[in-house]
Design a protein around this ligand. Structure first.
Ligand code: NAD
Length: 343
């Protein structure tokens, strides 16, 4: 199949990474962009040499001429834009958080399914090189059957300067960052039956919670802890690394700070450097995330051309989204909550 043409809606902070990644992706290019903010439209259009520019998504879809749409706006507009894509029979990628509520997310999946168009959530963290390396060790059977895990993201990095809206929402860390960590936990240890969570707000200048500790009961019988914090001041800032510990029947995996992977089993132990590549347009410390943006967008194109399901399809992401909703519910009630009933 020849090169796919894409349109991108939402030319904000994170879309710059997506635009750079589209330049690198094999088999697709962006031919039109849309943003309701004329300044952002001009900045991104000029930087990436895109002539077709729209301030209104309806006008973009009416003109057409593209094979897929990449929705990089914030959550408020996700449902309306995904439904617009479905109505125009255009395959869609949607940034996380997928929707404002699980009911909205289900409606978006149903709309795309009814229209017969693929829908993928831009849930890129599982595509990070170090996370893929952990998954590979497990798939090779090097540590036997995993029975316990920890997925940890603890940082004091100032995310609010680049994304000021993060300080303003009633919900913060589980919805914005923990959503990725929960997705990694599902990707590594499988789907989850129940959730117990505790949250805290340490930073007085923000509205939502900036610390969360979540206990997951996986359907496989494994137990894991997802712990996330933006209130943790360490001597060596780990942002944006997810650290992982997995114990299995035959050995252990440790993904430690500085992208070091340690595997121990009866044959001995090994350490490997699983650092992400620094792509030409990337900058530290974001390069880990930036490389995963490229990887997920390449995956989108490859699977779209094959007509195959995407790793983080809308349907798959409902299960991650349900964990977010259930974690907030558990933190509010103090109770362990069942996940299955939501899906
Ligand atoms: P942003 O506010 O900087 O950019 C959003 C842009 O979308 C703005 O320019 C805004 O004008 C435009 N927009 C909003 N609604 C629109 C509409 N209906 N039509 C046209 N344009 C519209 O936000 P951001 O920080 O770039 O975040 C965007 C999304 O990316 C968020 O959902 C955020 O959670 C997500 N994000 C993901 C990652 C990741 O690693 N996957 C990292 C950062 C942000």
């Amino acid at each position: 199949m020849s090169e796919l043409n894409g349109a991108l809606i939402g030319c904000g902070f994170f879309a710059i990474n997506q635009m750079h990644a589209w330049n690198d992706v094999d088999g697709a290019r962006i031919v039109a962009i849309c943003d309701r903010d004329p300044e952002r439209l001009k900045i991104v259009g000029d930087q990436f040499g895109i002539e077709r520019r729209y301030s209104d998504a309806n006008a973009l879809f009416s003109d057409g001429g593209f094979d897929f749409v990449d929705i990089a706006t914030t959550v408020q507009s996700h449902r309306i834009l995904v439904e617009m894509a479905a109505q125009h029979k255009v395959p869609a990628i949607c940034q996380k958080p997928f929707a404002k509520t699980l009911a909205d997310a289900k409606a978006m999946v149903a709309a795309c399914r009814a229209a017969g168009v693929p829908l993928m959530v831009h849930e890129n963290f599982r595509w990070q090189t170090p996370i893929q390396a952990v998954r590979k060790v497990l798939d090779e059977g090097s540590i036997g059957t995993p029975f316990w895990g920890r997925f940890s993201f603890r940082s004091g990095y100032d995310v609010f300067s680049g994304q000021p809206y993060l300080a303003e929402g009633e919900r913060f860390i589980i919805e914005d960052l923990g959503i990725h960590t929960l997705d990694i936990a599902r990707y590594i240890l499988g789907d989850v039956g129940s959730v117990t969570a505790r949250t805290k707000r340490v930073n007085p200048r923000i509205k939502g919670e900036d610390v969360a500790t979540i206990l997951l009961d996986h359907e496989s019988g494994a137990t894991s802890i997802v712990d996330v914090s933006y209130a943790t001041k360490l001597s060596k800032e780990p942002f944006p690394e997810t650290l992982i510990e997995i114990d299995g029947s035959e050995g252990t995996i440790r993904l430690t700070q500085g992208y070091q992977l340690e595997v121990a089993n009866a044959s001995g132990s090994m350490t490997a450097d699983v650092s992400p590549k620094l792509l030409s347009w990337a900058s530290r410390p974001w390069h880990n995330i930036q490389e995963s943006v490229y990887a997920i967008q390449q995956h989108w194109v490859d699977k779209l051309k094959q007509g195959a399901e995407h790793s983080t399809s809308g349907a798959d992401n409902l299960k991650t989204f349900a964990l977010v909703e259930r974690a907030y519910e558990s933190a509010a009630s103090g109770q362990t909550v069942d996940v299955g009933a939501m899906l």
